[in-house]
Every structure is written in structure tokens, then in C-alpha cells.
Design a protein. Structure first.
Length: 264
């Protein structure tokens, strides 16, 4: 992929836009001088050699590819004419047809990276319109492989579902970790020791799963098969409705993503 490619990130001053910018620069996908970032109030200082602006149309005009990284609520006031260029949206909920109509282009991709893009460990599902070319697809893959790993999915509803699942980034492991830490402190452990123990369990598990690339259910069943303390904990959590709670949460996230798109 040529570093002469010009990429613009609307919302590049935000956490996700900045993470994508940093990842594609680190991967050598784009030269800093060919990277444009727009921001609303405070100029990002991480990218001194890039084009920084508060004018989103100026960014679009000087870019070959336009990444939309703004809050869905803020998108409704975003008036940018892409003029047929490739537009990649990393916003939750906003539909392909709405993006295409608003930004005057048939070449639109919906993608959903997560916060782990900051450390090149995001999982990004994506889908494109019929007008997206094979060269466009190769570029989308390159961008999100720089941020971690990616998959092109077959249905737009898959993006809505994965918005809740993988789009959560560290939120769900952090939710589990927070519950574990509260229980540890309630049982008399000092907060600092509880935090270190819990965080190490979560981060170590992630690295082990990544290295072994096993099905999570197989890992669970291995521990259940030992019939030890971990098996007792797993059975207790399931009896208290753990699996049902997770399914209910993901269902709520899916419905929220769909409703956000309907509002567009």
C-alpha cells in the first residue's frame, strides 16, 4: 500500500480517531504529511507533521479516503460532500444508505473498531456497499489490520450485533474485573492487592487465549472437568444467571444499535 495515499479522519482529535491515526502511521500505511485530522476544540498534539483543521470539508477535499469518527449524535449536523470518494464510518448505528446519501458517494464502508485500536489489538468487523471496489477493500483491510484484526461480514445486521459484542472493547472484561475486585475487597483483601490480582488475571487470560487461539467454551469445559475451585465458581455463576445476563446485555446493545440507525 502506497504511503502517498491521502487519508483524512474527521474526528481525528478524539480517542478512536487518534488511535486509528496512530496505528496507520506506525504501520507505514500513510505518510504523516498525507494524513489530515479534524478536531472541534483542542488541536491534537500527537501529530505535529499532519494537516490539522477544524474545517471538515477542507479535510475531505484534500483526502483520497475519508474516515468518519464522530459520535452518531454529532453526525446529524455533519455536512461533508465526499464527491464519490471512499468513506469509512466507524460510528455505531448509522446505515450505509444514509451515509451514502448524506456524503454523496456510493463507496461507503461501515466498520466498528474498538478502543484496543490504541494498542493495535482491536477487532474490527466491516461491510461495504456494492460500489466499493476490490482496491477499496484491500485498503480497508490494511487500515484495520494496522489496528489489530478485521473481518468483512455479509450483512449489515452483523455489524449491529457486533457493535455490542466486539465494539465494547475492554468494557465487558472490565465489568467482570470490577465485580471480582468488589468481592475481593468485601472479603477483606486490600484494594491494591485486589486490583493487581484481578487485572493480572484478565490481561493474562487475554494473552493466553490469543496465543492458543482456542474456543472459549473449550477452555471453560477444561476447568469444569477438573472439578476444583474454578469449576465450583463457574457453576455458581451460571446458576446465578451469568449466561442469561450476558445474552440479555448483548440483546440490549443490538437493539440500541438498530434504533440509532433508525433515527438517522
Amino acid at each position: 500500500m502506497s504511503v502517498s495515499l491521502r487519508i483524512g479522519i474527521i474526528g481525528g482529535g478524539g480517542w478512536l480517531g487518534g488511535a486509528i491515526a496512530g496505528s496507520i502511521l506506525d504501520a507505514g500505511l500513510v505518510d504523516a504529511r498525507n494524513l489530515s485530522l479534524s478536531y472541534r476544540s483542542e488541536e491534537p498534539r500527537r501529530f505535529p507533521n499532519s494537516f490539522l483543521t477544524t474545517d471538515n470539508q477542507a479535510l475531505a477535499d484534500r483526502s483520497d479516503v475519508i474516515v468518519l469518527s464522530v459520535r452518531p449524535d454529532d453526525w446529524h449536523a455533519l455536512d461533508v460532500d465526499a464527491g464519490g470518494k471512499l468513506v469509512i464510518s466507524v460510528m455505531a448505528g448509522i446505515r450505509l444508505d444514509a451515509l451514502s446519501e448524506r456524503h454523496n458517494t456510493g463507496r461507503v464502508v461501515r466498520a466498528l473498531p474498538n478502543a484496543a485500536a490504541e494498542v493495535a489489538k482491536s477487532y474490527t468487523p466491516w461491510i461495504g456497499t456494492r460500489d466499493v471496489t476490490e482496491d477499496d477493500r484491500a485498503l480497508v483491510r490494511a487500515i484495520f489490520q494496522a489496528c489489530g484484526s478485521e473481518d468483512e461480514v455479509a450483512r449489515e445486521s452483523d455489524i449491529d450485533y457486533l457493535t455490542g459484542l466486539s465494539g465494547s472493547g475492554p468494557a465487558f472484561p472490565a465489568l467482570l474485573a470490577a465485580a471480582m475486585m468488589r468481592d475481593a475487597v468485601a472479603n477483606g483483601l486490600p484494594a491494591e492487592i485486589a486490583r493487581r490480582a484481578v487485572n493480572t488475571v484478565i490481561t493474562g487470560a487475554g494473552r493466553l487465549l490469543e496465543r492458543r487461539d482456542e474456543c472459549p467454551d473449550e477452555v471453560v469445559q477444561t476447568f469444569v472437568g477438573y472439578r476444583g475451585t474454578t469449576a465450583a465458581a463457574i457453576e455458581g455463576m451460571r446458576a446465578a444467571g451469568f449466561d442469561a445476563s450476558v445474552a440479555e446485555g448483548l440483546s440490549a446493545a443490538f437493539k440500541k444499535s438498530v434504533s440509532m440507525g433508525d433515527a438517522s
